[in-house]
Write a protein that binds this ligand. Structure first.
Ligand code: ATP
Ligand code: MG
Length: 542
């Protein structure tokens, strides 16, 4: 009480001596916000204002019969909202106290809002406690509030009534109401922050996250889940967890048995692209505060590319094992082979007419080239790239293979829109690739047919595509899947090394190979090679 008295006296002296106010004047509130500024402030304070309103309406109910006006200001004393008794409202309106005006001691004289803001504590002014005579008919109680962690002042809430209803009990009531309001605003802020944090985490994680109620109805479904499953959120929410093949059964099992599932690898379908995804899944039962089952939480990670990578690693390990084996073999075989070839040549000099020696030489040469091929597979492919005209290269290769083709009643054609196309490649290695594929195509058409080689340029992708197309027996999807695996062959005399070598060479060129084939309907092998150096190409799925 003593403090209040002192505050009021100090203020009144300032009004008289510093601001030059006189008690018999009508106060004039000078500084007001523009409509737009007021609107902006009301938006900033939206949550606080709505909580104040909700709580203060209840407080008005307690003050049964007391005409009361509730006024909320910001930390600078600007009136953001007022509501309550219309009689009082009318009275303060005539004094120019409306939303948007600022309570300043220098304009309104001694008043509870300015004092509460200045001293940061609740304060009540009754009748003549006000500086101006015209305010002697009212009693005002104001309490400051804050809700930030730093306890920064956010504004005030005030109760105004006619002086005959004044009661010190009003200040206590207001203080406790404002305490509750602060707590509620803090809680809501905190909830909102937690909510935002959750949303950011849930929305940005690549993990698929689904939460269900205890019946399997979906209550949370994040963008990660949408991406992996290819099912739009609305549709998933509509169908519930049952609508998600693979996952639905497991979630229902967790709900039934209340036992978590961890690190289970399951196959989920990406509905948008109609492809299988290998996923690692955890599913946990969720409980409410009464330890009752409230639902399930499922998170899953798409491991498909990891698996593909592993497959590639295994493949390349196989290749390098083959390579080491090959190098060892080659070493052992090449030396005696060289001596045998030399000796046979000597024999031929003295036995010029022995035709068997010629055959033996030919066969030995073939053996030598096979051994060399084997060595090639094992070594990391070293390229000697030069700018080469692929059109000419293909023409030469087709010509080279033509006699072989003709023997098998096969017609070879080369189709190209370009007359010249210069690309950085290792000419002899790309030639080797084409020979391997052309050989395969010839071998696939024992009854003869058309073998077409086509060159296309895809400027946008900065690549050229060489297609080798046959009308042969084609391959089953399983066979296509096994292409590139060393020693995979369906031929009696095949080694199953042709395509692994080709894959290696094309990959070293930063290119890729894809295969279209259908059993009984021929095959199309596409070699994609970058037109420029240094561009990594990704292998497409086929
Ligand atoms: N154009 C094609 N048409 C049908 N099947 C093919 C074709 N190309 C490859 N294949 C299949 O792929 C397998 C592997 O081919 P790859 O060239 O690697 O080995 P290969 O031809 O059997 O033996 P080699 O090591 O002598 O080339 C073949 O055995 C064949 O079954
Ligand atoms: Mg082959």
């Amino acid at each position: 009480m003593k403090d209040f008295y002192q505050y009021i006296q100090e203020s009144k002296e300032a009004c008289k001596n510093i601001y030059g106010l006189s008690p018999d004047e009508i106060p004039f509130l000078k500084v007001a916000l523009t409509r737009e500024q007021l609107h902006q402030k009301q938006i900033t304070y939206k949550k606080a204002l709505s909580i104040v309103k909700e709580f203060m309406k209840k407080t008005i109910e307690y003050l049964d019969g007391v005409p009361t006006l509730i006024v909320t200001t910001d930390a600078e004393g600007y009136v953001l909202e007022s509501f309550g008794d219309s009689g009082i409202k009318q009275m303060v309106d005539t004094l120019g106290i409306t939303t948007g005006v600022q309570f300043r001691e220098e304009d309104v004289g001694t008043n509870s809002i300015s004092l509460a803001l200045k001293h940061k504590e609740p304060i009540g002014l009754i009748g003549n406690d006000h500086f101006h005579d015209c305010l002697a008919g009212i009693a005002c109680y104001s309490a400051p509030f804050s809700y930030t962690d730093s306890n920064e002042l956010a504004g005030t809430v005030s109760i105004m009534t006619f002086v005959e209803y004044a009661n010190q009990f009003h200040l206590g009531l207001l203080s406790s109401a404002v305490d509750t309001i602060e707590g509620e605003i803090r809680l809501q802020e905190q909830n909102h922050r937690l909510y935002l944090l959750n949303q950011v985490l849930i929305n940005s994680t690549p993990l698929g996250i689904i939460m269900t109620d205890n019946q399997g109805g979906i209550i949370e479904y994040n963008p990660g889940a949408e991406k992996i499953l290819g099912i739009p959120r609305e549709m998933a929410m509509y169908h519930g967890i049952d609508g998600i093949d693979g996952l639905g059964e497991d979630v229902m099992k967790v709900l039934r048995e209340q036992e978590k599932i961890e690190n289970e690898e399951i196959l989920l379908l990406d509905h948008q692209h109609d492809r299988d995804r290998i996923c690692l899944v955890d599913i946990l039962p969720l409980y409410d505060s009464f330890h009752q089952l409230s639902g399930a939480f499922a998170q899953f990670r798409d491991m498909t590319s990891y698996h593909e990578l592993q497959k590639q690693v295994i493949q390349s390990e196989k290749l390098s094992a083959v390579g080491k084996l090959g190098a060892g073999f080659a070493h052992e075989i090449r030396n005696p082979l060289t001596s045998i070839i030399g000796l046979v040549q000597l024999l031929r000099q003295s036995n010029e007419h022995n035709k068997y020696l010629q055959i033996i030489t030919d066969e030995l040469e073939r053996m030598k080239s096979l051994v060399n091929q084997f060595v090639l597979l094992g070594k990391p492919t070293k390229l000697h790239k030069t700018n080469s005209d692929v059109v000419q290269l293909i023409r030469n290769t087709v010509e080279l293979m033509n006699s072989n083709a003709r023997l098998n009643k096969i017609k070879m054609e080369f189709d190209s829109q370009e007359n010249e196309l210069v690309v950085p490649i290792d000419e002899s290695q790309i030639k080797q690739v084409m020979i391997n594929f052309i050989k395969n195509a010839i071998e696939a058409m024992p009854e003869g047919g058309l073998l077409l080689v086509r060159l296309q340029v895809h400027s946008e992708e900065k690549e050229c595509q060489i297609t080798i197309q046959d009308e042969g027996k084609g391959m089953t999807p399983e066979e296509v899947g096994r292409l590139g695996t060393p020693f995979f062959t369906t031929k009696e005399n095949g080694l199953g090394l042709g395509i692994p070598i080709c894959f290696d060479i094309v990959q070293a060129h930063n290119g890729f190979i894809n295969v279209e084939s259908e059993e009984g309907n021929g095959s199309r092998i596409h070699l994609h090679l970058p037109l420029e150096n240094g561009r990594k190409r990704k292998k497409e799925e086929n």
